[in-house]
Design a protein around this ligand. Structure first.
Ligand code: NAP
Ligand code: ZN
Length: 352
C-alpha cells in the first residue's frame, strides 16, 4: 500500500482534519499522480456533511475532492498514454464496468452497473470506500486520467474536472449555440463555468443571481444580461423567452419560476443538487410542453474534449487559492455563496 497524507471528515459534524490514508499498489493499468491542486466543489461540502443521506449516505472517514490536477510519479506496465513527469488530471469518476451500452458510448458516468465515484463509492480494489483528492497522491486507472493543456494555469484547470465538465456536457447535449437565449442560474463554481462556456458557444447568455454583488462579474465572465432573481419584475420581463436554462443552485429555490421563462418545448436542466426535494407544479411544464431534465458530470471522452476546448480557448476557472488548513473556513464561505468563484487547494500546503 502507498501511505498518503490527507484531510478527512470523521463524521457529518466534524470539521475536516489532517489524516493519513492508504492507496492501492499500482495495477498494470494504473497511474499514480502527485496532486498539485484540488478544487473545492459544493458536492464535497454536501457529502462531508452527509446532506444527501437519502440517496448517497456518506461513508466515514470521508476524504472529499474530485477536481484533481497533478504530476505522474509512477505508471503500471500496461499504461500507454502517460509517462512519469507528465501532467495529468482526474475528476469525479475513477471506474465503471466498461462493458454496458453507456460505457461503450463513453457515457461512463451513466454506467448501468453504477460508476465508481472518486470518493464515497464502494472501492472494488480495497473493499472499503473510495477516498478523494484532498490528499498528496492518488492511484487511478489510466482510462479515467486526462491530459492537461500545459500552457494553462494549473490551479485554474483543477475545477474544470467537475465544474467544467458538468456544465460543458449539458450545454453540448442540448446543442447550445448562436441564436439561442440561454439562462444560467447561480453564479458559483458551476455557474461561472457555465457562463463562460455558453458565451464561448455563441449563445446570448442571461445570468440569474441572488447576489447583487455578482452583477459586474457576471457581465465580465460573459453574460449579456444579469437578472436579480429575487426581483419579480425583472423575472417577468423574460417570461416565455428562453431556449435552454441550466440550474446550478446548491440550495432550496423555486424552479417553477424558471420553467415559466422557457419557450414552448424548451428544457430546463438541473445540475445543482439541493439537500431537500423540490416541489414542481404540473402546470409549470404542461403549459408550453416544457421539459425538466438533469445531467451528471460527463463521460471520459467529453471530459478530454472539454479540457482540449479550454486549452484552445484559454478558458480556466476564476479561483481563490487556499492552503488546506483553511478548508473549514472555505466550506463556511461556500455555504454562504461567498466564493469567487472556486476555492482551489494548493496541495503543497499539506506538507507544512
Ligand atoms: P457553489 O459554488 O456554492 O454555487 C452555488 C450557487 O447557487 C451560489 O453561488 C449562489 O449563486 C446560488 N445559491 C446558493 N444558495 C441559493 C439559494 N438559497 N437560492 C438561490 N440561489 C442560491 O456550488 P457549486 O460547486 O457550483 O455546485 C452547485 C450545485 O451543483 C451543488 O448542489 C453541487 O452539489 C451540484 N453539483 C452537481 C454536479 C452534477 O454532476 N450534476 C456536479 C457538481 C456539483 P448566486 O449568489 O449567484 O445566487
Ligand atoms: Zn463536483
Amino acid at each position: 500500500m502507498i501511505t498518503t497524507r490527507a484531510y478527512s471528515a470523521a463524521s457529518a459534524t466534524s470539521p475536516l482534519a489532517s489524516d493519513v490514508l492508504q492507496r492501492r499498489q499500482l495495477t498494470s493499468t494504473d497511474v499514480q499522480i502527485e496532486i498539485l491542486f484540488c478544487g473545492v466543489c459544493h458536492s464535497d461540502l454536501h457529502q462531508a456533511r452527509n446532506e444527501w443521506s437519502e440517496f448517497m449516505p456518506t461513508q466515514y472517514p470521508c476524504v472529499p475532492g474530485h477536481e484533481i490536477v497533478g504530476r505522474v510519479t509512477a505508471v503500471g506496465s500496461a499504461v500507454t498514454r502517460f509517462a512519469v513527469g507528465d501532467l495529468a488530471a482526474t475528476g469525479c469518476m475513477v471506474d465503471s464496468c466498461g462493458a454496458c451500452s453507456a460505457c461503450a458510448a463513453s457515457d461512463e458516468v451513466y454506467c448501468e452497473k453504477g460508476s465508481t465515484f472518486t470518493y464515497n463509492s464502494p472501492d472494488p480494489h480495497t473493499g472499503g470506500h473510495t477516498l478523494g483528492g484532498y490528499s498528496e497522491a492518488i492511484v487511478v486507472d489510466e482510462r479515467f486520467t486526462f491530459k492537461v493543456p500545459g500552457h494553462l494555469d494549473l490551479a485554474g484547470v483543477a475545477p474544470l474536472l467537475c465544474a467544467g465538465v458538468t456544465t460543458y456536457s449539458p450545454l453540448r447535449h442540448w446543442k447550445v449555440g448562436p441564436g439561442q437565449k440561454v439562462g444560467i442560474v447561480g453564479l458559483g463554481g458551476l455557474g461561472h463555468m457555465a457562463v463562460k462556456f455558453a458565451k464561448a458557444f455563441g449563445a446570448h447568455v442571461v445570468l440569474f443571481t441572488t447576489s447583487p454583488s455578482k452583477i459586474e462579474d457576471g457581465l465580465r465572465l460573459g453574460a449579456t444580461e444579469v437578472v436579480l432573481s429575487k426581483d419579480p419584475a425583472q423575472m417577468a420581463q423574460h417570461a416565455g423567452s428562453f431556449d435552454f436554462i441550466l440550474d446550478a443552485v446548491s440550495a432550496e429555490h423555486d424552479v417553477n419560476a424558471y420553467l415559466q421563462l422557457l419557450k414552448r418545448d424548451a428544457t430546463l436542466c438541473l445540475v445543482g443538487v439541493p439537500e431537500k426535494p423540490m416541489a414542481i407544479h404540473s402546470l409549470s411544464v404542461i403549459m408550453g410542453r416544457k421539459s425538466l431534465s438533469g445531467s451528471i458530470i460527463g463521460g471520459t471522452a467529453e471530459t478530454q474534449e472539454m479540457l482540449d476546448f479550454c486549452g484552445q480557448h484559454g478558458i480556466t476557472a476564476d479561483i481563490e487559492l487556499i492552503p488546506i488548513q483553511k478548508i473549514n473556513e472555505a466550506y463556511d464561505r461556500l455555504a454562504k455563496s461567498d466564493v469567487k468563484y472556486r476555492f482551489v487547494i494548493d496541495m503543497a500546503s499539506l506538507k507544512q
